[in-house]
Design a protein around this ligand. Structure first.
Ligand SMILES: *Cc1c(COP(=O)(O)O)cnc(C)c1O
Length: 374
């Protein structure tokens, strides 16, 4: 047996991720560029193999959270333009230049420092300006009260030596929520973004890449996406809650039953004895725990897929293993695979049971879990 699939492993399908990209592209106005978000190790799927698959299949851009992630891609030979979505210490500008990495500029102080560092290094740093239209995170505040001041500041940055302002972007806060308040909020963000772009255009400043749509924006506001979309969760096949695009999950997290035990009714299971058997019970042990990314908060809540159906998880999830009830699944035994999430066991359901979002569970799949590329 493959030693990598003896315990707990993640099957990743780059081809599925590529088909997802194609399906997303087909839903967009023609000519819309595609940026693949591969931060956080491509949401746990593996940044280098995913980025390579996207590059070979026509993606236009990549994005990561920080310089270490960008350098990892360059050192692996990726050639697409890469945008860093967060701040980078100005001391790292020579590294940005050497690897031709695009940097987000979210305020005037950073812009001045980037400009000085790029000029000193004798290079030109490609930047995208970040505009805050209502996310209240990074970026030039462009609500009605601050629009004029921010337009002035952005215009000054675009004139700085050593910087080439290729793009401008914003990020939506509630674009994945269908209620009327959220729709109105997103429409206000879109209007603010257009107002900044128009005000700068009136001063003769135009950007080749104007972008605003992550997963929610791509699904529900594609007509306002402008030059490029940058969906993350959607690319990996999650978050299409309406099934609109027919995407498939890029990852299936699996474990393998390592023991089966029989207990009489009244037996307390695992740490703290939080579950007591109600009847004679056939219990499987699977070697996956919170150190693999299966959050302990899921204890006694989740159910996992076996070849004969779902098995409820029982008792506290431990660091390295947990128990599942196989009393109703007599055909399932030692050595059989259990799907934690993937094609059959929905990640969205698991996230709801954990009181969180699918993003967090994907990022939680730990380095101890080997990724097998199919
Ligand atoms: C993470 C991120 C994305 C991708 O978000 P999804 O919700 O996964 O589509 C896009 N843009 C920015 C600025 C981000 O930080």
């Amino acid at each position: 047996m493959n030693p990598q699939t003896e315990r707990t492993w993640a099957e990743v399908r780059p081809e599925t991720i590529v088909s997802n990209m194609r399906a997303i592209r087909a839903s967009l106005p023609t000519g819309t560029k595609y940026l693949g978000v591969v931060k956080a190790d491509a949401y746990g799927h593996g940044a280098v193999p995913v980025a390579r698959a996207l590059e070979e299949n026509g993606a236009d851009y990549l994005a990561v959270a920080c310089i270490a992630e960008a350098v990892e891609l360059r050192e692996a030979g990726l050639r697409l333009p890469i945008l860093i979505l967060g701040n980078t210490p100005p001391a790292d500008v020579p590294l940005l230049l050497r690897y031709a990495i695009t940097q987000t500029v979210a305020d005037s102080d950073y812009a001045a420092a980037f400009s000085a560092a790029a000029t000193a290094a004798g290079g030109t740093l490609r930047v995208h300006i970040k505009v805050d239209t209502g996310m209240s995170r990074l970026g030039f505040l462009c609500d009605e009260a601050n629009l004029g001041e921010s337009v002035d500041a952005i215009a000054q940055i675009c004139a700085l030596p050593g910087l080439q302002a290729e793009g401008i972007f914003t990020h939506f806060a509630v674009s994945d929520e269908p209620d009327a308040d959220s729709v109105a909020y997103t429409q206000r963000q879109i209007a603010r973004f257009n107002a900044v772009i128009d005000a700068l255009a009136r001063r003769g400043i135009r950007f080749a890449l104007r972008h605003c749509a992550a997963t929610g924006g791509t699904l529900f506001y594609a007509d306002h996406a402008l030059d490029m979309v940058r969906p993350g969760l959607l690319l990996y096949g999650y978050g299409d809650t309406t099934g609109k695009l027919g995407l498939r999950p890029g990852m299936t997290l699996k474990s393998r039953i390592s023991a089966v035990k029989h207990y009489p009714a009244g037996t307390r299971i695992s740490y703290g004895g939080t579950y007591t058997t109600q009847r004679e019970t056939r219990m499987g042990v699977i070697p996956i725990g919170y150190a693999d990314g299966l959050h302990r908060v899921l204890s006694n809540k989740a159910q996992f897929w076996t070849k004969d159906g779902f098995a409820p998880q029982r008792g506290r999830i431990c660091m390295d293993m947990c128990m599942i009830d196989l009393t109703e699944l007599l055909g399932v035994g030692v050595g059989d695979e259990v799907e934690i999430f993937g094609e059959h066991a929905s990640l969205d359901t698991l996230a709801q049971q954990a009181g969180t979002i699918p993003y967090e569970l994907l990022c939680a799949v730990s380095p101890r879990v080997p990724r097998i590329y199919l």
